[in-house]
Design a protein around this ligand. Sequence first.
Ligand code: GRF
Length: 196
Amino acid sequence: MLGILVSGRGSNLEAVLGAGIGVALVISNRPAVRALEVASEHGVPWMVMRRAGSGGAVARDTAIGEALTDAGVELAVLAGYDQMLGPAYFEAFRGRTLNIHPSLLPAHGGPGMMGLAVHRAVLAAGDAESGATIHEVTAELDGGPILAQSRVPVLAGDDVDTLAARVLIEEHRLLVATLQRLLASGGERAPAGDPC
Ligand code: GRF
């Protein structure tokens, strides 16, 4: 079963659930976000696990790993989750956590490369194409082994919003296809990655 970590809008979560892929648990680090409404609408259990409310980052990361394990989660997916997970989390889920990122990594990843900042960087660089990447999560931000990528053109006249919208469509398609492929092959486990 999958567990999905979110922080906001939840459109990738919605794509996964809309495709009929089973999700055992959704965890958010923020309360009252749209992603939690999406989980509720699909009858998926969810929890809010905030750093402040759970005794600091180590305690929170331990609790996230335990909650996923208790829910029977074998593979976790960060779908718009905007906090770094530390060693306490990876003790439980090393090699079993994926992230979706809205660029063609390794381009435009790393510190500060979140949300529209990614698309702004693509436009500023004059790149001819962008896309989505699914990779294993390791201790290096956006640096784990890449499982799948999908490309879109950057068009003349694009602004961050038009580019973000084009990439987001590909994110949804790529995430669903990649998870379906992993689940069909019994591979609810990402390839072993770098030690965290
Ligand atoms: C997506 O662009 C994803 O690639 C990035 O954060 C965004 C989350 O969007 N990591 P949503 O919450 O799934 O709508």
